[in-house]
Design a protein around this ligand. Structure first.
Ligand SMILES: NC(=O)C1=CN([C@@H]2O[C@H](COP(=O)(O)OP(=O)(O)OC[C@H]3O[C@@H](n4cnc5c(N)ncnc54)[C@H](OP(=O)(O)O)[C@@H]3O)[C@@H](O)[C@H]2O)C=CC1
Ligand SMILES: O=C(O)C1=N[C@H](C(=O)O)C[C@H](O)C1
Length: 270
């Protein structure tokens, strides 16, 4: 099969630059476009050089439709407003859209689901194999334990992260809720502050830490009156997420239009 032609959105960002490096190091991929917001100082810059590599002659542009014309896939780790706008373009150009962006709201999710009727979208709050295995384990453990075990999800990230709880924490919370057979939205405590009253039995709690350059730590705790089970994952290199995104792009190219997750890509869905 010919090389998979990839456009990277948010090419000047932490994940965008990591993705440019990942594509340049992997075989079977070619970067054919790099996108950023129109008023970004990165527009017109060489995306390879911006990622600390030799020039790749792919200049950063804001014209998504033109960039996607010759592409198989858009890999998008940006911000919710950009991701929703890109979904409309991938629906039109029929490019596979791999979405790593977190912090999406209900309206964003609906617009992405609508776009997925026209093209393949793979979306996950975490593209790593380890976290998706952790989610499968979380679901299993939650199914085995009753509400005598309080479930808490703790996450820590770098001090530049703009959304909370992290996409991964929510993904893990959802896995726990599915295992327990409850609706997460109706049974979650996303923040605690002030005179909160006692913990509500059956709720899934979230706690957020921010500091330094932590790439991404997540722990799911199952806590009873007499014991505590903890399932943890610690990411130490963003290349992990980029590698997962490339895997999703290759997998997505063989699928029919629809909204898929990394669990589907990794064969972990039940
Ligand atoms: N699913 C996963 O496995 C992972 C998900 N993430 C998620 O990916 C997202 C990005 O993270 P990170 O790279 O650390 O963040 P950064 O802030 O470093 O990068 C985001 C980039 O998107 C750019 N951007 C903003 N608007 C647009 C637009 N309209 N078109 C194109 N680019 C745009 C920003 O540009 P500017 O700075 O000029 O505004 C910035 O360069 C976050 O939501 C994060 O949670 C991160 C790691 C793994
Ligand atoms: O913003 C980040 O950095 C990360 N975001 C994702 C999330 O919100 O879970 C994934 C990873 O933990 C890094």
């Amino acid at each position: 099969m010919s090389d998979l032609r990839v456009v990277i959105a948010g090419a000047g960002g932490r994940m965008g630059r990591t993705l440019i490096r990942a594509v340049s190091e992997a075989s079977g991929f070619t970067v054919v476009g790099a996108l950023d917001v129109s008023n970004s100082p990165n527009i017109g810059q060489d995306s390879g050089m911006l990622a600390g590599l030799p020039a790749n002659n792919i200049k950063i542009t804001s014209d998504a439709e033109a960039a996607l014309k010759a592409a198989h896939c858009l890999i998008d780790f940006t911000i919710p407003a950009a991701t929703v706008a890109y979904a409309a373009v991938t629906a039109k150009t029929r490019c596979v859209h791999v979405i790593g962006t977190t912090g999406l709201g209900a309206i964003d999710e609906k617009q992405i689901a609508d776009a997925a009727t026209e093209t393949v979208i793979v979306k996950s709050g975490n593209m790593s194999l380890g976290v998706n295995l952790l989610a499968a384990l979380t679901k299993k453990v939650a199914a085995a334990l009753d509400a005598d075990f309080d479930i808490e999800v703790l996450e820590m990230h770098h001090n530049q992260k703009i959304d909370a709880p992290s996409g991964t924490a929510l993904l893990l919370g959802r896995a726990a809720a599915e295992g327990r057979g409850i609706d997460l939205d109706a049974h979650s405590q996303r923040v605690r502050d002030g005179h909160t009253g006692a913990r509500k039995r059956g709720d899934i709690g979230f706690a957020t830490l921010r500091g330094g350059n932590v790439v991404g730590d997540h722990t799911v705790m199952f806590v009873s009156g007499s014991e505590r089970i903890e399932l943890s994952h610690k990411a130490s290199d963003r290349m992990l997420f980029a590698a997962g995104a490339l895997k999703a792009a290759v997998w997505g190219r063989k699928q029919k239009p629809g909204l898929y997750s990394m669990m589907d890509v990794l064969g972990l869905s039940d």
